[in-house]
Design a protein around this ligand. Sequence first.
Ligand code: RIB
Length: 315
Amino acid sequence: MTRIAVLASFNMDLVMRAARRPEAGETLQGEFAMFLGGKGFNQAVAARRLGADVAVVGRVGDDAFGARFLAALDAEGIDRTAVSVDADAGTGVATVVVEPDGTNTIIQAPRANRALTAHDAERFWQRTARRPVRGRAGTALLNLETSMPAAIAFARAARDAGARVVLNPAPAVSRLPDELLALANVLVPNALEAQALTCVSVRTPLDALGAMMVLPRGPQALVVTLGERGAVAVAKDLRLHAPPPAVEVVDTVGAGDAFCAALAVRLGEGAGIEDAVRFANAAGALAATVAGAEPSMPRRRAVEALLASSAAVPR
Ligand code: RIB
């Protein structure tokens, strides 16, 4: 079993399904639902359901939302020894609008996530994540929903421990600290995040390849996720566009997180980038077939079944 350490953000997702996004000054009515979410939490849950041994570091508030996250981590069998409860800041919250075609827009209030410190991340690697699994140092998976100092310290400690660092630069930033970029082995932005980093408009696989050429050097592999168009990967001797398996899209919230987790799991298992991207595409596609973040994180057997059935049906 491969080991994945995740820099976890925790957001309670307050989701409105509506006919469209409101215009400025407009009130619309929609259907409401609440789901456990947060990029780091989603990634941790997906990695676990895909078969990894998962440990997380993060921070929740001392409130009902925080308690629900702690219980969910326990139920999934995720090591949460390094998740602290903040006495002052509440658990992160995200307001999500999902449109009929399943696409989403999100506003996230980091709250307790932002209070995570570099020291918390370093201590996590000293006490929890460094423990190797069958001799493997494992994989570190991080996003940018906690604090930047925590993200940098997490990546640095991971590399010191010999782990592979997979960086999902989300939410989008226009510039990544040089140190963080240098620590990443694999960079996995979506189209908007790649665009924010490069100022290159990214809509098509060809655009994504163009953006990758101007992305700052550092990571050995760059993987841009393109939603229904799949993903594009660039690594040494590899230029790949992998379309995803066809699915009925219900809600794309968390699809990118499932993709990142699946990529990290397969790389941790020793797969090459091409194999890992195809596996991740299937995980992301499956996540888009179910409403909500946490409920949509797919299990290993479902991903393998989708891969097998889509290999049998020519597109
Ligand atoms: O990537 C999806 C996640 O982004 C949601 O669960 C929401 O919490 C936001 O952080």
